[in-house]
Write a protein that binds this ligand. Sequence first.
Ligand SMILES: C[S@@+](CC[C@H](N)C(=O)[O-])C[C@H]1O[C@@H](n2cnc3c(N)ncnc32)[C@H](O)[C@@H]1O
Length: 266
Amino acid sequence: MGHMQRGPVTKRQVIELGINLRLKTGTLYAVGVGPGDPELLTIKGRRVLEEVSCVFSATSKGSRHSLALDIASPFLKSDAKVIPLVFPMVRDKKLLERAWQDAAKKVIEPLGRGANVAFVTLGDPCTYSTFTYLHRTLLSMEDRLHVEIIPGITSFQAAAARIKTPLSEGEESLSVVSGAKGSAEIEKIASCTDNLVIMKAYRHYNKIVKCLEKLGLLDKTVAVRRVGLQGESVTRRLKEWNGDKASYFTLLLAKKENRARKLHNS
Ligand SMILES: C[S@@+](CC[C@H](N)C(=O)[O-])C[C@H]1O[C@@H](n2cnc3c(N)ncnc32)[C@H](O)[C@@H]1O
């Protein structure tokens, strides 16, 4: 596997390139395993998990646990290698960058030997997923990468199905925002969307609830916690709900339309 070269090519580089091109490069599959219920793993995702020789999953330094890996585990070959990629829960860009680079090196190693590997991620790999950072880092280090992304069912799709409410219908718009940094993004988007999904709603839950109240959206919002997982809950009266119950696996679905509100209550 070779790096992007600029300027005149040396004889040694030509020889190395020839050797590299003859080497078989493995494929990295990013597999979205769905939001929790193992039956929401796609058939394609399952097939890939059954075939790869090595599986990577992101874990935080503290917990070392990966729910995505729990979902994937029953389908892995008995001799498949499982490698956690540990990331510090910090905002320091340099530390994070180093962690991503260390992770990318671990992924590149088996690919260079021609092995097919998977990175498992909760929900969908293209929706607020750690895979995006890994992919970007890999591309910055290695330009001859074979990557295939297997989409997964997102947490908000599963949540909408759970409360039997359309995410959007007819000409309505749908916006998906992150509440990880508070309510600023919600304030910005709310006026110009019909339906709002708020992901990562746990840390600033109380701030977000206050914002939704100010916007007149609180009684049009439903909190869905741990969809498809043990302890799943749906809360419609957010004013009475203690925000302390909001866990990492909490998302909010807000709908302006009164017509749809009827469905929310069904
Ligand atoms: C880093 S994002 C991952 C999103 C994921 N890639 C997806 O496609 O749904 C994490 C956020 O997704 C939401 N989430 C993920 N799984 C969930 C679940 N089972 N129930 C409710 N919310 C969930 C929560 O808002 C959580 O804070």
